[in-house]
Ligand binder design. Structure first.
Ligand code: MRU
Length: 351
């Protein structure tokens, strides 16, 4: 399945098999990884075959559904414990993106609504429901994009960090979805993509997506953002999010906080594009968001290359927290919430 000009299919269900673009090897290779059970999907999430908060949620939903299909000939008791094990396994695959537990809760609730039916009936219901979550994510991103693009002027030079594009979602993207929607509305935008050390989501994935679609993109290393801002070369920043706390603090890819501080220093608007499923009102502030620590090997080198001194100790927090005070607005499918804080967020969500 080679990518078409404007349609990147991050995940695709073929019968009882989930195909996902392998995001570890892009753009050098375009490879597809196939999964037929929950353990394979959990490993694909853990190993970053699929990454990005909404995409992880959709993949996890399929993981539950595929396991249900695989276990549908078991007794109801065995089916139930297999599904519980699958949900626990998927839930433990990555900690920071709340979309994972959001999607698993949706699948669990759907299962419980039909729990007295036969395993094969439940499996079909769950498979249909995972496809609904998949389709909804694309529609949500398109709505988010059309709300958000109104905040970008024609000609804007927009800096983004990590990859919050089609590859990080079921399609269209969140931060890149806003950019796509602005371009579709006839605005001439250009993107400045932070490389995003150490996993290089910006250099490998954001740059690839933009090049695929002919949207002008310039790659910089992460430490160049401040200089470009000081030179007046950035008009706006848009990033995605892995979890937004009840007070509006935002967890996103490591380095986002640094960009937000710089944007504030230079008076540049800093927007966070995220579906409502990324907002976690059960978490009071960013201090309570679990931050994933990944392996030292991702910092000391890349693939087969190693550049760090042997014996050095390494820290690798994969996300950081940007305080709400640095966020100009949250762009969601419901509209844009400017200057988020606890009261404004609760009112926005009708809580
Ligand atoms: O470690 P990753 O690549 O899963 O991190 C992804 C990000 O931080 C994205 O910005 C975030 O998930 C939003 S994706 C629409």
């Amino acid at each position: 399945m080679p990518p078409s000009r404007s349609k990147i299919e991050t995940l695709r269900l073929h019968g009882h098999r989930l195909d996902m673009i392998d995001q570890r090897v892009l753009p050098a290779e375009f490879r597809v990884e196939s999964c037929t059970d929950a353990a394979q999907v959990a490993a694909a999430i853990r190993n970053m075959v699929v990454r990005g908060a909404p995409a992880i949620g959709v993949a996890a939903a399929y993981g539950v559904a595929l396991e249900a299909v695989r276990q549908q000939d078991q007794s109801p008791k065995e089916f139930k414990s297999a599904l519980e094990r699958a949900i626990a396994l998927l839930s433990a695959s990555r900690p920071t993106a709340v979309n994972l537990s959001w999607a698993l809760k949706k699948m669990s609730d759907k299962w419980h609504a039909v729990r007295h039916q036969s395993p094969s009936h439940i499996a079909q219901v769950l498979l249909d429901y995972a496809q609904t979550i998949h389709r909804d994510d694309i529609a949500i991103n398109q709505r988010l994009g059309s709300h958000g693009e109104k905040y970008l002027n024609d000609g804007a030079r927009v800096l983004t960090h990590c990859n919050a594009g089609a590859l990080a979602t079921a399609g269209h993207g969140t931060a890149l979805g806003v950019i796509r929607s602005a371009v579709q509305a006839g605005k001439r935008l250009s993107v400045i993509a932070d490389e995003t050390r150490p996993f290089l989501q910006g250099a490998r994935l954001t740059a690839w997506e933009m090049v695929q679609e002919g949207i002008p993109v310039t790659l910089i290393t992460d430490n160049m953002a401040g200089h470009l801002m000081a030179q007046g070369e950035i008009d706006a920043v848009i990033v995605g999010a892995d979890r937004v706390a009840a007070n509006g603090d935002v967890a996103n890819k490591i380095g986002t906080y640094m960009v937000a501080v710089l944007a504030h220093r230079h008076g540049i608007p800093f927007y966070v594009a995220c579906p409502l499923s990324t907002i976690d009102m059960s978490i009071a502030s960013g201090a309570d968001i679990p931050i994933e620590e990944r392996s030292a090997e991702e910092v000391t080198g890349f693939r087969d290359a190693r550049w760090a001194a042997q014996g050095v100790s390494v820290r690798h927090p994969a996300f950081d927290v940007t305080p709400a005070a640095l966020v100009s607005g949250l762009m969601t499918e419901k509209g844009v919430l400017l200057s988020p804080d606890h009261a404004r967020l609760a009112a926005f969500l009708g809580q």
